[in-house]
Design a protein around this ligand. Sequence first.
Ligand SMILES: Cc1ncc(COP(=O)(O)O)c(C=O)c1O
Length: 289
Amino acid sequence: MFDFADLLRPDLPPAAARWAGFPKYNFVGGHNDAASVPVDGLIAAATRVLTREGRTLATYGLESGSLGYLPLREFIARKVAKDAGVVCSPDEILITSGSLQGLDLVNHVLLSPGDTVIVEEMTYQGALTRLKRLGVNIVGVGVDHDGLSAERLGRALDDLKRRGVRAKYIYTIPTVQNPTATVMSEARRGELLELSKTYGVPIFEDECYADLIWDGRRPPALRAMAADDRVVHIGSFSKSIAPALRLGYLIARWPLMSRILGIKNDGGSGALEQMILAEYCRDNFDAHV
Ligand SMILES: Cc1ncc(COP(=O)(O)O)c(C=O)c1O
């Protein structure tokens, strides 16, 4: 067997373990209840959309350009306006391969080793491992029953400012926080935006779980409440439909979006998944959720 060990770059993460099946009690991935995957609806959607538009698979980007399949972006624009008050055009939405790719893209355009970012003290492991690999300084800020504590965030931002450090972003999971499950109140969202303005630090809003609110009423997204473009918003279909689809989205205006597009040079996220999801979601998403 050829030995690549001497050729590998020195800063790689540890080698992956071979998959040996899921453990009996598995708390690692945020998996869905298999019975709730809308298999029949997805089959019907696949048949309809492939019959109608299957030949567009001949082109990278399905004749929709590099932001992703237009009918899916149109659906997301309607969904975030209705559910979270986010007003944006389909051209401010990028379809990503899961929201994990959204995390990677935003990190890629904003972070260099030695930069500082602020995160919730308890937060998503996938976000932390990425930040650690990038060699950035991670400042954790406590969470209370209303979400990220504005008082502690203010102290952290003040402390950084006194040391001459401007954090690159404040990463927050405001709606159904991972892992505490808090839903940030609207008042707290307002306080966060004020702090973001005062200290000139943008907010990176991860709304991965926001469709899964028990009473169906979701507070406005930070992006909806911001008067300007200071909030980058990512969302996902992993929790509402199925994680294996690997479809998420990122919302930003063109000045940042154009820089993000410059590095999303993967030829587009999975086209079949985008087509089927758009076709399914148009008439079924709300009822399914
Ligand atoms: C807070 C948060 N963000 C992002 C993700 C990534 O999800 P996906 O890439 O499947 O959209 C997860 C997954 O569990 C998560 O918990």
